[in-house]
Write a protein that binds this ligand. Sequence first.
Ligand SMILES: [Zn+2]
Length: 254
Amino acid sequence: MLFDTHAHYTDEAFDADRDAVIRAVHDSGVGLVMNSSSDEKSSREAVALAEKYDFIYASVGWHPEDAAGFSERSLDLIREWVRHPKVRAIGEIGLDYHYEDAAPRELQKEVLERQLQLALELKMPVVIHDREAHGDCMALVRSYPELTGAFHCFSGSAEMAKELLDRGWYLGFTGVITFKNARKALEVLEMCPLDRILIETDCPYMAPVPHRGERNDSRLLPFMAAKVAELKGLTPDEAAHVTTENGKRFFGIE
Ligand SMILES: [Zn+2]
């Protein structure tokens, strides 16, 4: 069994065939999916999807790209959503400095920090999106040492990974680890202890080789498990098992 720890099945890329894809994913041996959110609409839809399918769970929150849509009311909504038994994390939240026209950095930081504080208050793990914002993300991680979380699609250095691991954090690996130019991600995967590795599709984005550029879904997660197996000297089944157990432990799923 596999656990896709980061997917976006509420994305419009699945509007035409969402239920068929989700059924096919389940039939393929993916036994758990954590559906991630980025704003009010996707959070509401993620909760609804988790209600509809036993094997789908939800995380809720405001992505840095949607920082401008965040308000005091957002915090009330998160409080309300996390009362649902299938909501297991606040995310994806974080900082994204890639786009010139993104929300101002100060606003992104404020929106992230409000959600980190709420996660601490609610005793929920966080799922962090960090794109070209390693320094500021680490500064926040350091200011909230009691926080537990995962960096999804981890893109930092081995040194940054080490600090996060020392602080008890988990690292998420996408199809990037199957790319030819994945040297940095593979270096991190190599040094990451087996019990802190999460695998994820981040679908519909980030399809692994040999499907790079196509619409991604959790049926392609075995490519990530195979890469973990190859680097860690495991069978693909062992890699699937250990990463599934990690995901269950991280999100508190029985
Ligand atoms: Zn994502």
